[in-house]
Write a protein that binds this ligand. Structure first.
Ligand code: SAH
Length: 365
């Protein structure tokens, strides 16, 4: 049985040259292919008009590795959410978020998520599988194609827990940088924390930003919101973040989804500040990113009043912890944090990839 051909998307310039040579073509065809895949964003080899016609026809069915756009939803603020169909019929979501100077893509790293965070739509859906390299890169090319401009920033804050798919995610980061030309400093990996994986990431010599989803200032509350936290004590997580900052010299940012009456009280702000002061003894800057909860179906939380959010920021600042509030983008298009998958899939008649999945799991924005 012959193995399925490896999609071209994700392959380096030298690998593409080797591929061209293996097909009996000169190496520069591989160089052309690299530009057509990553800059022009071809979906099929048929489109590479600089290739000799006979060869183009011979290789036209060789997979580039692009996914199908099943649905596109644009919010009033210009945020666009895509539902993408993968080769095996699974569906994932990706979001393009435009701003004056930047175009950010929020990418998924898994189909579903096994972390089961209680306030996260993806977490309510269960886990299907890890994404492959081309399936991650495709999301960025899709947004680039749709907006007709270069993607400047990538955040791994879509469906899934990136550190459960770490090898492929790190390969994707390298390819985003090397092949698509996105600066590593413009790439953020967000994790809820997986034991030993932050230490592993610190050794990969990347210049990316690490964002850690904290959501609670003490172990008890954190475990209630994030079942997987039971296997990763908060102290150990903070220690790992501290080591990461020391080793990489990169700042870590902490995400904190504010749930009204649950984790947004003055006592929580005080505890959070104390906890982070421990981490900041490494001398590296850290930062809190507050995310007012975006309501999802199947969860009973409330979004805090804006005055409460402001007060939380003030309380952190009084303790010398810098905090910003994440602007909610694309709420009207259901493209906000924690809303990937849910309503979008339900809106597709007869097409719910997760309909038969028992609600086991969790994770993404
Ligand atoms: N699995 C990764 C990526 C998650 S998505 C992680 O957990 O970090 C990015 C952020 O959005 C996470 O901090 C996540 O907890 C948060 N989030 C998920 N659902 C949310 C919701 N309904 N409202 C606000 N933030 C949410």
């Amino acid at each position: 049985m012959s193995a399925l051909p490896i999609p071209l998307l994700g392959q380096s310039l030298s690998a593409l040259k080797d591929w061209a040579v293996a097909q009996g073509q000169p190496a520069y065809r591989g160089q052309q292919l690299h530009a057509w895949i990553y800059q022009k964003g071809i979906r099929s080899l048929e489109q590479v008009t600089v290739f000799p016609r006979a060869w183009r026809e011979a290789v036209q069915s060789y997979p580039v590795g692009r996914s199908r756009i099943v649905q596109r939803t644009e919010a009033r603020d210009g945020t666009v959410k895509f539902l993408l169909g993968l080769a095996d019929g699974q569906l994932i979501e990706t979001v393009g978020i435009p701003a004056a100077e930047r175009l950010t893509v929020c990418v998924s790293s898994q189909v579903g998520c096994p972390m089961a965070c209680d306030f996260c739509a993806t977490g309510k859906m269960g886990y299907r599988r890890n994404l492959e390299l081309h399936e991650i890169l495709d999301q960025v090319l899709t947004v680039q194609e749709d907006f007709g401009r270069r993607v400047s920033h990538v955040v791994f804050m879509g469906m899934g827990e990136p550190l459960l798919n770490r090898d492929t995610v790190v390969q994707a980061i390298r390819s985003l940088n090397r092949d698509i030309g996105i600066g590593q400093r413009h790439i953020t990996l967000s994790t809820v924390g997986v034991p030993r994986q932050i230490a592993w990431l610190a050794q990969q010599d990347l210049q990316i930003t690490l964002a850690v989803s904290l959501h609670a200032p003490n172990q008890d509350l954190r475990q209630q919101l994030i079942p997987s936290a039971a296997h990763y004590p908060l102290d150990a997580l903070i220690q790992d973040c501290r080591d990461y900052m020391l080793r990489t010299g990169r700042r870590v940012s902490f995400e904190y989804t504010l749930l009204s009456g649950v984790n947004d009280l003055p006592i929580h702000a005080r505890q959070l500040a104390q906890l982070l002061q421990q981490a900041s003894r490494s001398g590296v800057q850290l930062h809190v990113n507050l995310i007012p909860y975006n309501p999802i179906s199947g969860a009973d939380y409330q979004r805090p009043h804006p005055a409460r959010v402001k007060a939380f920021v003030r309380q952190l600042e009084q303790h010398q912890v810098r905090a910003t509030v994440r602007q909610t983008r694309g709420l009207d298009g259901n493209a906000a944090c924690g809303q990937l998958q849910g309503s979008f899939l339900r809106s597709l008649p007869g097409r719910n990839a997760f309909a038969s999945t028992s609600a086991q799991s969790a994770g993404a924005s």
